[in-house]
Write a new protein. Structure first.
Length: 270
C-alpha cells in the first residue's frame, strides 16, 4: 500500500464514518483489506484501491471502511461499569419507570456488550429493551447469530454465567433464545440523524469517542444527547471524556466513565 493510498483511506474513513486512521496502523490496514480484496475478486489490495479511487462504488467503499473499524470487544468489558449498572442504575430506574428500561449499546461491535447488558438486567429481574447498533454489517450479523468461540465466551464471563446463558453447539457457544430475545440488533451510523427508535434511559457508547476525529466528536455527542432522556445516563469508555467537545454532559463524581446531562442541555431543550 502506498502512502498516497493510505492518505485517501484516512480521508474516506473520516468523511463517511468520522473515524481516525493513524499512520502507525498502515500495516494493519493492509492486512485487514487483504480478505476484502480477495472477496471482491482483486489480485491484491493495491488493485482494489486503484479501482475504488477511479470508479467509486458505494458497496466496495463501505466494505473497505468496515474492515478498518476497530471491533475489539469482550463480555463485561470494564467490570466496574457493569457493577454500577447492576447495583445502582437498574434498581433505581426500574422503580422510577414502572416499565422497561431502555438501553442503547451504540457501537456494539459483535454483540458482547449488548449480551452483557441483557444478562445483567435479566439476572437482576429488571425488564429491559436493549438496542444494539454498529456500522459494521459483519459485526451485526455475528451478534445476531449469538455464536461465540470458546476464547470469546470465556473472555469476561464466569463459568456460571456462561453455562446459564449460553449453550454449546459443536465447538462454539450460542446465546440462549431468552437472551437473544431481549436485544434488537441493527446496522447504523452514529453520525446519522436520529431515526424513530425514541429516547433511551441508558446509553453505552464506549471506546468510540477516542477513535473519532476531533471534528466529528461534537456531532456524535450531540446525537447521543438528543437520544438520551433528560434524567438518563451515558457511559463512555473509562478513559474517554467529552471535555472540550461538548457542554451537554457532566461527569458523575466517583463513577468513572459515567455522565449525565448538564444543565445547559436542559436549557437548550427548553
Amino acid at each position: 500500500m502506498t502512502p498516497e493510498d493510505f492518505e485517501r483511506l484516512q480521508a474516506l474513513l473520516a468523511s463517511r464514518a468520522g473515524y481516525r486512521l493513524s499512520r502507525e496502523r498502515m500495516q494493519l490496514a493492509e492486512h485487514r483489506l487483504g480478505p476484502v480484496a480477495r472477496r471482491e475478486g482483486y489480485h491484491n489490495v493495491e488493485a482494489m484501491l486503484a479501482s475504488l479511487w477511479s470508479r467509486p462504488v458505494a458497496s466496495l467503499g463501505w466494505g473497505v471502511i468496515e474492515a478498518l473499524l476497530n471491533g475489539e470487544t469482550w463480555f463485561r468489558r470494564d467490570r466496574a461499569t457493569f457493577e454500577v449498572l447492576e447495583r445502582e442504575l437498574l434498581p433505581a430506574l426500574t422503580a422510577a419507570r414502572g416499565g422497561p428500561v431502555r438501553i442503547w449499546s451504540a457501537g456494539a461491535g459483535s454483540g458482547q456488550e449488548a449480551y452483557s447488558l441483557a444478562i445483567a438486567a435479566l439476572e437482576a429481574g429488571a425488564r429491559v429493551e436493549v438496542l444494539a447498533t454498529d456500522l459494521s454489517r459483519q459485526a451485526i450479523e455475528k451478534a445476531l447469530s449469538g455464536f461465540y468461540s470458546s476464547f470469546e465466551i470465556q473472555r469476561g464471563l464466569s463459568a456460571r454465567t456462561m453455562l446459564r446463558w449460553f449453550e454449546q453447539v459443536d465447538d462454539q457457544w450460542r446465546a440462549l433464545p431468552e437472551l437473544r430475545a431481549a436485544i434488537t440488533f441493527k446496522r447504523a451510523n452514529l453520525l446519522d440523524e436520529p431515526r424513530d427508535e425514541g429516547r433511551f434511559d441508558i446509553i453505552f457508547c464506549r471506546h468510540v469517542l477516542g477513535d473519532m476525529t476531533p471534528e466529528r466528536r461534537p456531532r456524535l455527542l450531540d446525537g447521543l444527547e438528543r437520544r438520551l432522556v433528560d434524567d438518563g445516563c451515558l457511559f463512555l469508555g473509562m478513559d474517554e471524556r467529552p471535555d472540550g467537545d461538548s457542554v451537554a454532559f457532566r461527569p458523575v463524581a466517583g463513577r468513572r466513565g459515567l455522565y449525565v446531562k448538564a444543565p445547559s442541555a436542559y436549557r437548550r431543550a427548553a
